[in-house]
Structures are given as C-alpha cells and as structure tokens.
Write a protein that binds this ligand. Structure first.
Ligand code: ASP
Ligand code: MG
Length: 457
C-alpha cells in the first residue's frame, strides 16, 4: 500500500479537489493524508485571536470559512448527509469560538481544537466527493490514530502507541482512506496539532507504521529543483536525492520537506516521492537512502536569504578553551538560532551567521553577557554585517572528490564575487559560503553553470 499527502494548495477549491480525486482513483490500498484547504488554517487561527479579544469581526471571518466550505461541498455535489455533517461541525466550531469569546482566552489547547477543523472539513469534502463518484472511500480522523503529548501547537508523537493504533485500524485497508493531516490527540483524547505544515509528518508517520511501499508528497511544483528557479533559469528537477541531501537542501530553505518529517520513513528505507498535482505525469523527485549515482559533481544549490554575520574578534581567545562556548551559550539563552559557524584555526576570530531579524538581539546579548570578556580584552569586538546571504552546494558526489572547492571559488572569483565566510562540514556533503545579498543572483548562476552546466547535463 502507499501513502499520499496533498497540501492546501492542491485543495484550494472544488476544481483542485476534483483533480486530486482523479489522481487518487487509481488504487484502493492507499491512505490519503490531506491538509486543510488553502488559507483555512490561517483563517481559523485568526478567528480564534479575534474571538479572544472580543472583536466581533470574528463572526464575519467565521462566515467566510463557512461559505468556502459549504460552497465547495455543493460544487462537489456531495450527499445531503455529508453536508449535514459539515454543518454540524460548523455549529460546533461556532460554539467553541463563542466559548473563547466568553472566557476571553484562547489557550494553546483551544487553538489546537479550533485549528483541527480545517483538516476535518477538507477530508469530509474529499470523502464525500469520492463517494458521490461511486468510489469506495472512508473518512479517518487522525485523532483516533496519532497519539501525542500535551505540547499543544507542537505536540510530540508517541510513536509506539501511534503505531499500535495505526496497525490495528489501517493494516488491511481495502478502500481509499482519507485521513486528516496535522492533528492528533493525547491519550485522554484531547485534540492536539503537530505544528504548522504538520501534514507531511502525519503522512510519514502512517507510511512508516504501515511499512508503505512509498510515501508521495503532492505539492504544486515538479519536484526538488537544482536551485531556486526564481533566480536560476537553468534550474532543473532533480530525479533522485539521498535522504541526507534532502535534509541539507531543506535545511537550506529549499522547502522540500521538513527534515524531522522524514524520520519515520527514512528509518525504514521507504522512499518519499515529491509530485506535482498540476502536472501528475511528471516523475517528480524521489528521496531514498541510496539513490542512483549521477555524474554531476554536486546535486543542488541551496540558499538562505536574510542573514547577518557576527564576527567575534579577540586575540585573547587563542588557545583558551571555553571562549566559543561562552559566545554560543549567551546566544542560546537568548533563543537565537545560529545558522552557520566558521572559525579559522588561528582562533583569532569566530564568525557566526544568524537570521537578520535576530541581528540586534544577538548583538545586544553578546555585548551584555560577555561584558567581562570585553573588559579584560579577551574579546576585542563584535562586528555585525547585514544584508547577507548563505549559499550552499550540496551533494553526495562531493564526498572524497578533490577539486570541488577549487572549482567553486574559482567560479566565484572569476565573476568578481567576494566571499565573506566559508564552512564545510566533515560530512563533505555541503560547502556553504556567505556573500553580500547583491551578488546572490550572479553567484547562484555562475555556480550552477560551473557544476551543473546549462541544462544539468
Ligand atoms: N493545515 C496545516 C497548516 O496550514 C497543516 C498543513 O498544511 O500541513 O499548517
Ligand atoms: Mg499547509
């Protein structure tokens, strides 16, 4: 059996829903995991916030959700019975929001309950539509299968309990099972969510538990591209990626699929295939443990926009254990995520890269927390550079291959691009470098041309 997941944009309106139904008609033995229709989760969160504030405009927004849902149900000619079910849910939603309005509080727990409606609507719509076409389908509420803790809004899954439930309820499915993504429940049956965009994770959990043949993630792009197509015209779809490469790429903003999402299937060597609902015949990108070898020196290029770099300068750090630890501890305590680090072996400076919107906080934190080190001249200064970008070349073929960085920096040098910092992990699957954002387009293109040629040949 297989697991297929469709995101909100693939379910934006009745036409898109019909298109998905068309794709999933080909086999009975599948679990189809759905997100909410596009925009609905955002609306639900917005409505909860307004109700909490007693802002009466929440009624209007709720009406909006209702109209979208009921109109879609009619457009899909679902049965009267299904429309009734949906109407009942809408009444329940209204009551919950009224409760939030009365107590003037929307706790994370209540927010999860409200957010859960998006998937509960979309899955009923899909099931109703399939049934109206005479296709045997069944609605599955993930709260009966996915067991989580009580970390509302970001609940952690109890894999063992979840697996038991999935195996007992889904093992021998003989009709298309339409399951709500994103949501789960505690042991006591309290509704939780797995975090925004959590439906990929739901699909991967089910796929892993059922030992699926594969997990397909359907979106609105042809697969994972060799570089961001907004900036690189020659970017092409990568046929196969190793799990590690996919993790590196998604970490670097390629938004393939969230790394932690892949874990339940990766552990079992189950392939993940990224497919396009708008172009179903395209092969997509397959993510597997051991992909076919290709002959390109790298697999893809990723980038992270809007970063800044802090350079910690200080002769006093040479040979002194603990200097880096102080810097990183201070930043960690301020909840600042460090995206890249580089320290030359002279130990004279450490440079670290973080998101631009955390630049000021990071600088203030360092100035305050490391005041003693500054005073004793162990550290001379913290310098901040803004408007930067990280670019990373990624690929299994880089491992143990000499000349990759030579080629990379020659291409950048020939194009007159100044490199501000470099990092390569010892996994050798990734070389990252920092440039000013004004050189981003040029850098991405010269690097793409140098390694992947005009057409990736
Ligand atoms: N509907 C949820 C969200 O928008 C989950 C998902 O789309 O995967 O975050
Ligand atoms: Mg989504």
């Amino acid at each position: 059996m297989i697991v297929r997941k469709f995101g909100g944009s693939s379910l934006a309106d009745s036409e898109r829903i019909k298109n998905v139904a068309h794709i999933i008609q080909d086999r009975q033995d599948q679990v189809v995991v759905l997100s909410a229709m596009k925009g609905i989760t955002n609306l639900l969160i917005e409505v909860s916030g307004l109700a909490e504030l007693g802002d009466q405009s929440y009624h209007e927004k709720l009406e909006n959700i209702k109209n979208i849902t009921i109109k879609t149900a009619h457009d899909l000619s679902v049965s009267q019975e299904k429309i009734q079910e949906i109407n009942q849910l809408l009444v329940e939603l209204k009551d919950i929001l009224h409760g939030i309005e009365l107590v003037k509080e929307c706790s994370p727990r209540s927010l999860d309950l409200v957010s859960s409606f998006g998937e509960r609507f979309s899955c009923r719509l899909m099931t109703g539509y399939l049934l109206s076409l005479g296709i045997d389908a069944t609605y599955i509420d993930a709260r009966k299968l996915i067991v989580t803790n009580t970390s509302f809004n970001h609940a952690a899954v109890d894999s063992k309990a979840t697996k038991t439930k999935i195996l007992s309820q889904l093992r021998n499915i003989d009709k298309i099972s339409i399951m709500t993504g994103f949501i789960g429940a505690t042991n006591e049956g309290i509704t939780t969510t797995l975090g925004r965009n959590g439906s990929d994770y739901s699909a991967s959990i089910v796929g892993g538990a059922l030992d699926a043949e594969k997990v397909e993630i359907w979106t609105d792009v042809d697969g994972v591209l060799s570089a961001d197509p907004r900036f690189v015209q020659n970017a092409f779809v990568i046929n196969e990626l190793s799990t590690q490469e996919a993790m590196e790429l998604s970490y670097f903003g390629a938004e393939v699929i969230h790394p932690s999402t892949m874990l339940p299937v990766v552990e079992k060597n189950i392939p993940i295939v990224i497919k396009n609902t708008l172009n179903p015949s395209a092969a997509g990108t397959k993510i597997i443990a051991n992909p076919k070898r290709h002959s390109n020196p790298i697999t893809g290029i990723a980038s992270i926009e809007k970063v800044c770099m802090i350079n910690v300068e200080g002769g006093g750090m040479i040979g002194m254990p603990g200097a880096a630890s102080k810097v990183f501890t201070a930043l960690a305590e301020a909840d600042i995520n460090i995206v890249m680090i580089s320290q030359a072996s002279s130990e004279h400076s450490i440079c670290l890269v973080c998101k631009a919107n955390e630049a000021n906080l990071a600088m203030e934190t360092l100035q305050t927390k490391l005041q003693p080190e500054l005073q004793s001249k162990l550290i001379q200064s913290f310098d901040l550079q803004k408007e930067l970008e990280i670019i990373a070349i990624i690929g299994e073929n880089m491992r143990g291959t000499p000349g990759i960085s030579g080629k990379l920096f020659k291409a950048l040098g020939d194009a007159g691009i100044n490199v501000l910092a470099i990092a390569q992990g010892s996994s050798e699957r990734n070389i990252s470098f920092v440039i000013h954002k004004s050189s981003r387009n040029l850098a991405l293109n010269v690097v793409h041309d140098a390694f992947l040629g005009p057409k990736g040949s």
